[in-house]
Design a protein around this ligand. Structure first.
Ligand SMILES: *[C@@H]1O[C@H](CO)[C@@H](O)[C@H](O)[C@H]1NC(C)=O
Ligand SMILES: *[C@@H]1O[C@H](CO)[C@@H](O)[C@H](O)[C@H]1NC(C)=O
Ligand SMILES: *[C@@H]1O[C@H](CO)[C@@H](O)[C@H](O)[C@H]1NC(C)=O
Ligand SMILES: *[C@@H]1O[C@H](CO)[C@@H](O)[C@H](O)[C@H]1NC(C)=O
Ligand SMILES: *[C@@H]1O[C@H](CO)[C@@H](O)[C@H](O)[C@H]1NC(C)=O
Ligand SMILES: *[C@@H]1O[C@H](CO)[C@@H](O)[C@H](O)[C@H]1NC(C)=O
Ligand SMILES: *[C@@H]1O[C@H](CO)[C@@H](O)[C@H](O)[C@H]1NC(C)=O
Ligand SMILES: *[C@@H]1O[C@H](CO)[C@@H](O)[C@H](O)[C@H]1NC(C)=O
Ligand SMILES: *[C@@H]1O[C@H](CO)[C@@H](O)[C@H](O)[C@H]1NC(C)=O
Ligand SMILES: *[C@@H]1O[C@H](CO)[C@@H](O)[C@H](O)[C@H]1NC(C)=O
Length: 647
């Protein structure tokens, strides 16, 4: 078997390896200028080029699976949790470079465009250091700190990090796309608040787990072995949340769903120590816009407000198709003139809007009609709540989130602004749909060039059919309104309801492709049915592990990009068993699909599930929807050089 595998791999590697690549060694604690790094250069260490003294943290240039967005990040080595990223809004490619010069750190792309950089300093940088706490520090010759990553938090706070008043954590869009999302955790002089589009939906001091110790002004937030603390300028505690005790690592992260959660690794599980808000229904968009969230233990049940029903894509839209929510309308106004009158849809009693948990009423002691006028006069008002007993008037500005089903005896009535009118121009619904569907479709499918065209074709076909259907009904309606002088009906448009790309619809559309069974090395790799690849005549003489090893090494040898392929020494090392097996990066194996594969297999690249199944990355996302701990696999991707030294 040894002989067979050697000749096999020499063959494979000679065919596919135009260059033998040796990965650069990883530095410890400190790097001096001038230095450059890219993911390609450090492919053996999955982009890691600097580790802290004891290896607790590492600095990497890496992408999450199924993503071509690379980030210069600080990562907790054992759990692979990203605690900080530099270029979160401008991702790199795997060959874009990070450079350290005496003037600073810069991330540039291949055309030399700066994607991210540190500011100018008065003195020259003598070193970049990564501390055991995960702080990346630039120091000058006198060991003075010029810049540190702890001063520029992204979505995570770790132990030892201080977030001063005025600074905030900003959520990422998704776990793969780290650009700034809609949620913010802000440290104010009284509290820590979570905000969605500038509206508060949670306060630390109101959380059941928090304790207020004093009324002093807050000056910073810190986390240590015993808890999360808001401290005054004299270091006395103002508000604190007790945590479960000592842990070498703990991350407080504002997730893409708007929940701030503190977790620590514990045996092979995550322990969720704190979540704010704890209740799903208290998240602004747990249900979609104008969705209705009903509280239940450890979760929330989504439905639509009365008079609304689910669309195919899960959005809630008015049952009465001649009504229209105004945010869709404002987007539509440009394309077609909308001559509409405002009316209101009653959504109470007992429905609460999340942002009002902490919002003050705009007016007290006013009647319903005064409150309604206030909303009608404001272009940004999308609806209002009126409390009959107190006369309090709350306006919903700019965004409608999910609604929470509250105590029906509350005498608070909600109304959503609706535009009713006639249009002059194109059909609004189909216009918006088409634009957004296409742009998002392009984003999602960009890497899948061929499959993309197929999908786009399918989408366009669907849209075309749908538009045809819509414009038919439109014409009927327009005809009717033109013939009658009354201004009833037609435009359906509710402010606050952007038409979003319906991912579900696309997923449903591609499900057919996914379920087709293909054959070939890569697919087997994903499904871990390695034995099926072995020559049947070898039956009984090879184990699945042996075949898996060969397949994995072979797949590493045939990466599309030469820089991703292991060196000959590594291949031999891996075959001998002395070196750890590399995990083939599936995004670099795309091209394999063109070799005698069925076209439709391309769709497999879409989901990240297969990769998650490989156990490479902890699925942090999974902890966000429930309080239950979720198991994870510590990162097993150890550099082969770390194991055995360079050859
Ligand atoms: C590194 O580990 C050693 C031994 O485990 C320990 O004594 C030392 O304090 C650690 N260094 C840091 C900076 O944590
Ligand atoms: C580099 O970045 C600039 C600006 O973001 C962009 O226009 C250009 O296409 C990028 N070049 C490459 C090779 O990615
Ligand atoms: C800077 O600090 C390091 C340890 O952190 C020390 O080894 C070095 O001597 C210091 N250099 C100067 C110039 O103080
Ligand atoms: C954590 O910080 C708080 C507030 O500064 C302090 O009272 C507490 O003793 C600290 N705990 C540990 C373990 O350092
Ligand atoms: C508060 O604590 C920090 C770090 O622990 C220290 O540097 C600072 O001097 C302290 N401030 C006061 C007023 O005690
Ligand atoms: C739909 O809404 C319009 C405008 O408010 C109203 O005139 C019409 O009666 C409603 N239709 C139904 C079926 O509720
Ligand atoms: C409508 O047009 C205005 C200016 O012409 C522009 O600022 C705005 O972004 C447009 N809105 C939409 C939704 O296209
Ligand atoms: C909108 O409707 C009003 C009356 O309903 C009419 O006076 C006005 O001319 C219309 N505007 C447009 C642009 O059609
Ligand atoms: C509410 O307004 C009415 C008249 O506008 C006034 O008589 C009454 O005192 C007000 N109540 C409160 C509580 O302000
Ligand atoms: C609202 O309050 C007024 C007096 O404050 C009362 O007469 C009226 O019945 C109330 N309306 C409702 C719908 O509760």
């Amino acid at each position: 078997m040894g002989c067979f595998s050697f000749s096999f791999f020499f063959f494979i590697c000679f065919v596919f390896l135009p260059t033998f690549t040796f990965s650069a060694p990883i530095s410890t604690h400190s790097i001096s200028p001038d230095f450059t790094a890219s993911n390609f250069q450090f492919i053996d260490t999955s982009g890691a080029f600097l580790r802290s003294q004891n290896g607790t943290f590492k600095a990497t240039i890496d992408a999450r699976p199924s993503s071509s967005k690379y980030y210069f990040s600080i990562v907790h080595s054992a759990t692979n949790i990203i605690i900080w990223s530099a270029n979160r809004d401008r991702p790199m490619s795997s060959s874009d470079k990070l450079s350290l010069t005496v003037n600073g750190l810069t991330v540039t792309n291949q055309t030399g465009q700066t994607l991210w950089s540190t500011p100018q300093f008065n003195s020259d940088i003598s070193a970049m250091q990564l501390s055991e706490t995960g702080n990346l520090v630039l120091v000058d010759a006198g060991n003075n700190t010029l810049w540190e990553s702890f001063d520029h938090p992204t979505d995570t706070i770790v132990m030892g990090q201080r977030i001063p008043i005025g600074k905030s954590l900003q959520s990422a869009v998704t776990d793969e796309d780290m650009s700034v999302g809609d949620y913010q955790l802000e440290v104010t002089d009284r509290d820590v608040v979570l905000q969605w589009n500038k509206m508060n939906y949670w306060k630390l001091s109101r959380d059941l787990k928090s304790v207020r110790n004093s009324n002093k002004a807050v000056s910073l937030m810190v986390m240590n072995g015993t808890g999360l603390y808001l401290l005054a300028s004299d270091n006395s505690t103002v508000v604190h949340v007790a945590l479960n005790g000592w842990s070498s690592f703990r991350s407080g992260k504002l997730g893409p769903d708007g929940r701030f959660s503190i977790v620590r690794p514990r045996s092979d599980k995550w322990e969720l120590e704190f979540a704010g808000p704890f209740e799903d229904c208290d998240l602004p968009l747990y249900c979609k816009e104008v969705g209705l969230c009903k509280r239940k233990p450890l979760g929330g049940i989504c439905s639509c407000l009365p008079k609304f029903s689910y669309q195919n894509n899960g959005d809630c839209m008015p049952v009465n198709r001649s009504l229209s929510l105004p945010s869709a309308c404002s987007a539509a106004r440009n394309g077609s003139q909308l001559n509409s009158s405002i009316s209101y849809l009653k959504v109470g009693p007992g429905m609460d809007y999340f942002a009002n948990n902490f919002r003050k009423p705009v007016k007290n002691n006013v009647t319903l009609s005064v409150c309604q006028d206030l909303c009608s006069q404001s272009g940004s008002c999308l609806g209002f709540f009126h409390e009959n007993s107190s006369g309090s008037c709350y306006l919903l500005e700019n965004h409608l989130g999910s609604f929470i089903l509250t105590d029906p005896s509350k005498d608070r009535l909600g109304y959503i602004k609706v535009l009713v009118g006639s249009s002059h121009g194109n059909s609004i619904g189909s216009n918006i749909n088409q634009k957004q569907n296409l742009s998002v479709a392009v984003l999602v499918l960009l890497p899948l060039t061929v499959f993309l065209m197929l999908i786009v074709f399918v989408i366009i076909a669907i849209l075309w059919l749908r538009k045809k259907r819509l414009s038919k009904t439109e014409i009927v309606k327009l005809d009717r309104s033109n013939s009658s002088s009354s201004a009833e009906l037609e435009m359906i448009c509710i402010p606050g309801l952007p038409r979003r790309f319906d991912y579900e619809e696309l997923a449903a559309a591609t499900e057919n492709f996914k379920t087709q069974i293909g054959s070939g090395g890569f697919e087997m790799h994903e499904q871990r049915r390695y034995l099926e690849l072995a020559d049947p005549r070898l039956e009984g003489r090879v184990t699945s592990e042996e075949v898996e090893k060969l397949v994995r090494i072979a797949l590493c040898c045939v990466h599309e990009d030469p820089a991703l392929r292991p060196s000959m020494a590594h291949v031999v090392g891996m075959l001998e068993g002395g070196l750890s097996l590399g995990e083939p990066r599936s995004e670099s194996l795309n091209f394999l699909r063109f070799y005698g594969q069925r076209f439709t297999e391309m769709s497999r690249m879409e989901g990240s599930n297969e990769l998650k199944d490989l156990g490479l990355y902890p699925d942090m996302n999974a902890t966000s929807n429930s309080a239950a701990g979720v198991s994870y696999n510590p990162m097993s991707y150890i550099s082969s050089q770390q194991l055995s030294g360079p050859r």
